[in-house]
Ligand binder design. Sequence first.
Ligand code: 13P
Length: 279
Amino acid sequence: MLPEKQLFNNGSFLFIFVLVYNNPMSTKIIAGNWKMNPVTLKDVKSTFAGIKRSVSKVRGVSVLICPPFIYLPELKKMAMGGKVEVGAQDVSDKDQGAQTGSVSAYMVRDLGVKSTIIGHSERRAGGDTDEIVNQKVLTALTAGLKVILCIGEKVRDEKGQYLEALQKQLEKALAGFPVKLADRLIVAYEPVWAIGKNATGVETPDGFLHNKIFIRKVLSGILGKKKALAVPVLYGGSANAQNAGDFLGAGQADGLLVGRDSLNPKNFAEIIKIASLSK
Ligand code: 13P
């Protein structure tokens, strides 16, 4: 398989001959989305400690754990001096005020946390529209956070109509995105049907690569080609220690957003090790 950059250029009929492909994103991003787990601080601490210990000697991988909000202060302290960063799973679309139960991007940033997931399919299922996702993205950026924007279709159809859903999600989420902040954007492609223990199918590395190139084309319409090529595009949806090598290798993923396997320190450490060895 040709490198993604060449496929991208060929596909858009811009025949820029890249003889030596210099991947600007050789540092892979391995992010763990803990969702609403674990349910005790004791388990949170032991899971995080296990991950921190096992990655202490790993190079060339950026490791992020996104726990429930309530654990961020404790894990931020535990992360000090190590290689694992912590991020949020979501932020409010508002800065502050009468928003019972919500957490502001400014509060997250004030803790010293630098990034947040936005637009996860489980938040979208809970009521986050494209417009709300867009407001969340803009608020998080203004607060100074990096954004891991999740997109993904609910169903995959043979004719490729699902690509329209991806395009719409990206264009709406990134409306008004300040191009100069493009280095604070990460996209996580997570086909909804491939997520979690009730997944109805399995994404393939080739399928991911195809969609990654499509995502880049849409991003280049929003950010310009140069900046779009530098946005990491991660794969998520039952990513695990068994398939990580294929998604990072043949799939040319710039990283992975891992759910269940990020709660298992041994498996997550294995994924990180695989990422450190993949070019
Ligand atoms: P799983 O890895 O458990 O399928 O979850 C994926 C996900 O939703 C990560 O954000």
